[in-house]
Design a protein around this ligand. Structure first.
Ligand code: HEC
Ligand code: HEC
Ligand code: HEC
Ligand code: HEC
Length: 411
């Protein structure tokens, strides 16, 4: 892929003409809607991400951290399109927030070309357009901000100062954004069919990779203490008689060890138990080694995380990219989500399980296999049980999950 960091960002104004992407409703003349700017500007919170830094909440966060939220790179990195200084074109504006080119790539080389009849997707990518239609690219793009990566990081200090906890699931958040493309037959022919279960596992894999990478390069250590965002928030933020600690929570670790923020690794493990049992064993063993390493020191954690990363990148990524699930496998995964898994007690994985149950039900529905209405309702109640993580109740959670299990079709 070409190095696109140098490409000029020409600003949202360059895309927003009513003849291009600024129509007020889908035009129906081209395969694309052409109202993308309108949807983004009216409905997509990315358009307001920079203004957010001027809000009272941001001011409070900034004051607590001793920085100016409106100008601090620590905030701008995720709340604006912030290319290197030499890549800011004449119509580039910081106040555009997270604009078109933040996701689609600096348009210097493709702006004039991309609407040319007959141009292929490959040609657009060669001109620096980011292939957002590929799910791996999309997952990396969204999670670079919604979880943070080596360039953009959210810290426990920011959260203690008032920043919301970050939650993400690729399929759910794509629907919430909302998307500005139609997932119709024409789109499928041009860019590939909509497959929620594949989007889901690709998002989990990317999230697991980012987390392991942070552990492997030691970025998570900060003075005397680790950077707590790499750990399960609810491990510390609950009362002492909550009954949270369970030997199954973090196999291999001693009682009361602070669990990692490893919901994606757990869900990836469940996917593997359904789709590739031998790889599941290797993956779960690697997770156990990582947990044991936590009692041994930073170098041991780095080494164990590095080993899991190698397995993920070389062994699992190709497998995951190549598999799509049939209805029997989707049903197996639904069942695994409510029954298996050693981590039924953990609120953060509960939140991810709830979103996964919905996504996988949708995937079954798209394949013509019905999910009983009672199951949909039970999933909804389960989601309510996990939603308020501060008031998370272990028993209520288990009951809600068992209720989902009872409504699922056998097999
Ligand atoms: C450059 C960083 C960045 C990228 C890339 C990014 N986001 Fe966001 N996203 C944000 C920020 C910051 C907000 C909060 C905006 C605000 O309210 O100020 C946000 C908000 C959202 C929201 C609204 C959340 C809510 O609780 O209302 C959704 C949904 C969302 N993003 C989905 C996505 C998806 C899907 C992708 C990938 C296609 C993506 N984002 C890519 C930074 C980013
Ligand atoms: C790693 C990326 C990242 C960084 C760094 C970051 N944010 Fe955010 N911020 C987000 C995302 C993503 C959201 C949306 C969360 C959601 O709703 O899911 C958000 C939401 C917010 C919100 C709530 C917005 C709303 O509409 O409720 C405020 C306020 C905020 N950020 C301020 C800041 C400030 C101030 C800084 C710098 C200290 C900062 N952020 C740094 C990614 C980031
Ligand atoms: C938060 C990331 C994000 C932002 C910001 C964003 N897009 Fe998109 N856009 C996407 C994703 C994801 C898709 C769906 C995958 C694809 O088709 O590339 C998409 C698809 C599109 C498509 C293709 C539709 C089709 O049917 O093929 C167009 C055109 C488009 N966006 C234009 C824009 C314009 C114009 C803006 C700015 C006003 C914008 N986008 C802002 C992420 C974003
Ligand atoms: C290893 C333990 C630990 C983990 C994990 C942890 N925190 Fe904290 N958190 C603390 C401590 C200690 C304080 C300071 C509280 C005090 O002074 O009593 C704190 C303070 C806070 C505060 C300020 C409110 C308060 O009660 O003081 C927020 C908000 C917060 N944390 C959010 C989070 C989020 C979100 C996560 C997960 C991303 C997280 N924490 C992970 C230990 C932790």
């Amino acid at each position: 892929m070409p190095n696109t960091a140098q490409d000029l960002h020409q600003g949202v104004a360059s895309c927003a003409s009513s003849l291009c992407h600024g129509a007020t409703k889908p035009l129906g003349e081209h395969p694309i809607r052409q109202d993308e700017y309108f949807v983004w500007q009216r409905q997509d919170s990315h358009a307001r991400a920079y203004q957010t830094l001027y809000s009272p909440a941001s001011r409070k966060i900034g004051q607590a951290l001793g920085i100016n939220a409106e100008t601090a790179p620590a905030c701008l990195s995720c709340h604006s399109d912030a290319p290197i200084a030499s890549a800011r074109g004449a119509r580039y504006q910081l106040s555009d927030g997270i604009g078109c080119e933040n996701c689609h790539g600096g348009s210097e080389r493709w702006l004039a070309e991309h609407a040319r009849p007959g141009i292929t997707l490959e040609q657009k990518v060669a001109l620096g357009m980011k292939p957002t239609w590929q799910r791996e690219t999309r997952a990396a793009l969204c999670l670079s901000c919604h979880q943070g990566d080596a360039q953009r990081s959210i810290t426990h200090a920011m959260m203690a100062a008032g920043h919301p906890r970050l939650v993400f699931e690729l399929d759910t958040f794509t629907a919430l954004e909302p998307p500005h493309h139609n997932r119709d037959a024409d789109y499928a022919a041009r860019k590939g069919a909509y497959q929620p279960a594949r989007d889901w596992i690709t998002g989990q894999t990317q999230a697991a990779e980012l987390h392991l990478q942070a552990l492997a390069d030691g970025r998570f250590m900060k003075g005397l203490m680790p950077e707590w965002t790499e750990f399960d928030c609810t491990a510390c933020h609950h009362s002492m008689d909550a009954g949270r600690w369970q030997p199954e929570r973090m196999p291999g670790a001693e009682p009361g060890a602070v669990p990692f923020a490893d919901a994606p690794q757990q869900l990836l493990g469940l996917w593997l138990t359904v789709m590739a049992p031998p790889e599941a064993l290797a993956w779960l063993e690697g997770q156990r080694r990582l947990h044991v390493a936590q009692g041994q020191g930073v170098d041991a954690v780095r080494a164990a995380a590095q080993q899991q990363l190698v397995l993920l990148r070389t062994g699992l990524r190709p497998l995951i990219a190549g598999e799509s699930m049939n209805p029997a496998q989707l049903r197996g995964l639904l069942r695994a989500l409510v029954t298996d898994g050693p981590h039924r007690q953990a609120p953060l994985s509960g939140e991810q399980r709830a979103m996964a149950l919905t996504v996988i039900s949708d995937a079954l529905h798209l394949q013509g296999a019905s999910v009983p209405l009672a199951a949909r309702r039970a999933i909804e109640s389960y989601y309510k049980a996990v939603r308020k993580i501060d008031r998370f109740d272990v028993k209520e959670h288990a009951r809600a999950l068992d209720a989902v299990a009872r409504t699922l079709p056998a097999g």
